[in-house]
Design a protein around this ligand. Structure first.
Ligand code: ADP
Length: 775
């Protein structure tokens, strides 16, 4: 159906043709009579200037609308091809026939009145009506001409439909979408206002393919091709291309869509299309593309293994490094993929974790050993993956990385070991450790606290200040040492004392190193030096005592020797002999002293020699007590019971044990009169107890008396000579014979030393049985 603009165009063409035809017809002949056609006379004069008559007639014949020329009696003089088609008659049949009879399909009262009017006013007029025969709406353009009237018919849409179309068009013009309509041949016939505004072109400029000038040159070919394909195949048209904004001259991306509108027979009536601005979407797409590209670029550059995975666990992407390192077959599905390179010991944990996070969508983090496919060597990796979700919160993908943490692991392990070692050191029960910041001890181990008597609470409360726990006489030295520490970063151990929490002094050996500079901290190692100090004191005491002990018999020896010489000079041999026997006594005393000193040094060197012989204990003890009784003028030695045992050992050394114990018992009970010896035995061992009623030994010193050179401190003790070697030698001999020595004592009441000797090495069978009377 023709639209208004095409009717207008046709009308212009027809008017032109008619005027030419009128001018070209020969005089005397009716305008349409030559060759059976009417030819206007006036055309004769300008004949040479005009298109040929045939050409003009042909043009009229092929006009798309029905065209009639009727004379003043309304008889048809000419009807073109369309008119013949509508009436269903040939030109010959129509010519000479009254119009009302020849073309009943076109007849109506409105047309009749229009004809009258045209003739009357001798000017062109138009009429529109609905054919009572065909029920189609017709637009007729009536134009009076020489000797008659031309009628041009066009089928038009019914006014109601046109109104609706106009309304739709108004609506279409109002919507923000850019809308266009094209004919079945692809020729643009309509653009809505928006599109017109956007293109900044008139409808006429846009029509046909005028709009193509606004298509981006790079997209031209693609658009044209797509449009042609759509028209040829009748399939919907959809193309994304850039279209220029006519005002700003900027190009924007549009999604242009067109769908064909078809009639009941399936013929395409026209194409209706829209242009949607997709600039934003394109930009996003571009950004996404760019970000994806930069992700890939990044993924290829980073020193990690990078992978992406679909939500179902299938691998999507891996970077080159990933492929290089694993050398794995990445086409393998599911767990098999990971089994290729995860260490057998780590695989179960890894797979379990993977399944878990795939289910719950948590962040995946796992450490495992990964086999380097190139070297076959396993290295520790930290695998991390994050889920990427869509707007609905659904996981779309997983982004993961694998970082080589092998070196880190090794360092961690080394650190852990060294930390363990540091902990061992820190928790060492031998070395006290403290960390000093300024004058404050900010950290300390239990040993240090135990040494000094402070508690952890004191430490936390900042109550331990190293200057305050340093006695005044050591402060200058300590400060000097600390300066040395600042200069050379360490100090060699030095001796000092601490004032403990209870006020007592503790001799210590302290070494330190600088721990860190900000804040300045040093760490000090503290050794309890009291034992060494005591030993030193003991040695000092021993030396002075030993000098005294040696000097006494020597002085006596010297005096007796002089006396003996004088007696001999005076020729009194009897007196000389008495003096010499005293010399002997002193020599014996010296001998014993030197013997003990030698024993101590042999014990120290592990070279004390023992004989292996059978020793009858009872006999030995009686011999010893008899000798001791002879020497002692103050005490009575009482022997009770018997062991009735013999054992294998060194008789003299065992004798030395009992001599020592009995002489101590006498020596340390100056006011007492007896020393009791109790002998007993069990099948396993013989026990010898030596009891005195002397000064006793304080509880806390009872263990120490068996140590080398140890002498109980106290006023009573000082008066009694001794070098602290006897019990040390005794304990050593007893130990050598597999026995034990213990002491029970009460200060002021006396002490009992018990020696138990095992009989298992006894050679005497009867020694195992003890008579009841003697038990
Ligand atoms: P010393 O030569 O001093 O006697 P010992 O080694 O024999 O050396 O004894 C060590 C210390 O044990 C003595 O100095 C003394 O203080 C104490 N001691 C030993 N025996 C007795 C005792 N029977 N009664 C009290 N104290 C004793």
């Amino acid at each position: 159906m023709a639209n208004r603009s095409s009717i207008f165009t046709l009308r212009v063409v027809v008017d032109f043709l008619m005027s030419v035809l009128e001018k070209s017809s020969s005089p005397g002949m009716g305008p349409w009579e030559r060759d059976g056609c009417y030819m206007p006379n006036s055309w004769q004069n300008d004949r040479d200037l005009l298109p040929s008559r045939e050409t003009l007639i042909t043009m009229l014949r092929v006009l798309p609308g029905a065209f009639f020329f009727i004379d003043d009696t309304e008889t048809i003089m000419y009807a073109n091809a369309s008119a013949q088609a509508i009436t269903g008659a040939t030109l010959e049949e129509l010519r000479g026939t009254p119009f009302w009879r020849g073309a009943p399909q076109l007849v109506s009262s409105e047309l009749y009145h229009a004809m009258l009017q045209a003739r009357q006013i001798q000017a062109s007029t138009e009429v529109e009506y609905c054919s009572p025969v065909t029920r189609t709406w017709l637009h007729v353009y009536l134009s009076p001409t020489v000797g008659g009237l031309t009628l041009q018919f066009h089928e038009v849409r019914a006014p109601a439909q046109r109104k609706r179309e106009d309304e739709i068009r108004t609506l279409v013009d109002a919507i923000p979408q850019l809308v266009w309509i094209a004919g079945p041949d692809g020729y643009i016939t309509y653009n809505n206002q928006r599109l017109i505004d956007y293109l900044a072109m008139t409808l006429e400029q846009v029509e046909g393919d005028g709009w193509m000038v606004r298509v981006h040159p790079d997209d031209h070919q693609r658009v044209r091709q797509a449009w042609q394909t759509a028209i040829q195949t009748g399939t919907p048209y959809e193309v994304e291309h850039r279209l220029q904004d006519g005002t700003s001259e900027a190009y924007h991306w549009f999604l242009v869509r067109g769908v064909p509108q078809r009639n009941a027979q399936g013929m395409i009536l026209h194409w209706v299309g829209t242009c949607t601005n997709i600039d934003e979407q394109k930009r996003t797409e571009q950004q996404f593309k760019e970000s994806q590209e930069s992700f890939r670029l990044l993924a290829e550059t980073v020193p990690q293994l990078v992978w992406t995975m679909w939500s179902d666990g299938r691998l999507d992407y891996t970077n080159q490094r990933y492929r290089d390192v694993t050398q794995a077959n990445l086409n393998l599905e599911g767990d098999d993929l990971w089994r290729q390179f995860v260490h057998p010991e780590d695989i179960e944990r890894t797979l379990m974790l993977r399944h878990q996070v795939l289910k719950n969508g948590n962040i995946y983090e796992n450490e495992y050993r990964l086999r380097d496919g190139r070297t076959g060597e396993y290295r520790w990796y930290l695998a991390r993956a994050l889920p990427v979700r869509d707007e609905a919160g659904q996981i779309v993908k997983w982004f993961g990385t694998g970082t080589d943490i092998d070196d880190q692991k090794r360092i961690e392990e080394a650190l852990r070991q060294s930390q363990e070692q540091a902990n061992i050191l820190m928790n060492s029960s031998i070395i006290g450790i403290n960390i000093i910041e300024g004058e404050q001890i900010v950290e300390a181990n239990d040993t240090f606290l135990r040494m000094t008597g402070y508690t952890r609470e004191d430490l936390r409360a900042g109550n331990i200040n190293w200057m305050r726990i340093t006695p005044p006489e050591y402060r200058a030295l300590t400060q000097q040492v600390h300066q040395q520490l600042t200069v050379q970063q360490y100090i060699t151990p030095y001796e000092k004392e601490y004032v403990c929490k209870d006020g007592s002094r503790l001799p210590v050996l302290v070494g330190a190193v600088v721990l860190q500079h900000f804040p300045y901290q040093s760490i000090a190692f503290v050794l309890d030096n009291s034992a060494r100090k005591e030993l030193e004191q003991r040695k000092d005491a021993f030396i002075s005592m030993a000098s005294h002990e040696l000097k006494t018999p020597l002085t006596a020896l010297k005096m007796q020797a002089q006396l003996a010489r004088k007696r001999l000079e005076r020729q009194s041999p009897h007196e000389a002999a008495t003096a010499l026997s005293r010399v002997e006594g002193s020599i014996q005393q010296l001998e014993r002293l030197i013997g003990e000193l030698l024993d101590v040094s042999k014990i120290q060197a592990g070279r004390l020699e023992y004989l292996q012989e059978i020793v009858d204990l009872d006999t030995l003890l009686h011999e010893v007590t008899d000798t001791m009784q002879q020497i002692s003028t103050t005490h009575t030695i009482v022997v009770r019971g018997a062991t009735l045992c013999s054992l294998e050992g060194d008789k003299d050394r065992l004798g030395q044990v009992f001599i020592n114990l009995i002489s101590n018992a006498i020596k340390y009970s100056p006011g007492a009169e007896t020393v009791e010896i109790d002998l007993s035995a069990s099948p396993e061992a013989a026990t010898i107890r030596v009891r005195d009623h002397g000064q006793g030994i304080p509880q806390e010193q009872r263990d120490k008396i068996f140590e080398r050179f140890y002498r109980v401190s106290g006023p009573n003790q000082k008066a009694i000579p001794g070098l602290g070697m006897g019990l040390y030698i005794v304990a050593e001999i007893v130990r050598h014979h597999g026995g034990t020595i213990t002491v029970e004592s009460e200060v002021g009441k006396g002490s009992t030393f018990s020696v138990t000797l095992p009989l298992k090495r006894s050679l005497k069978p009867e020694s195992t049985s003890v008579p009841e009377t003697l038990g």
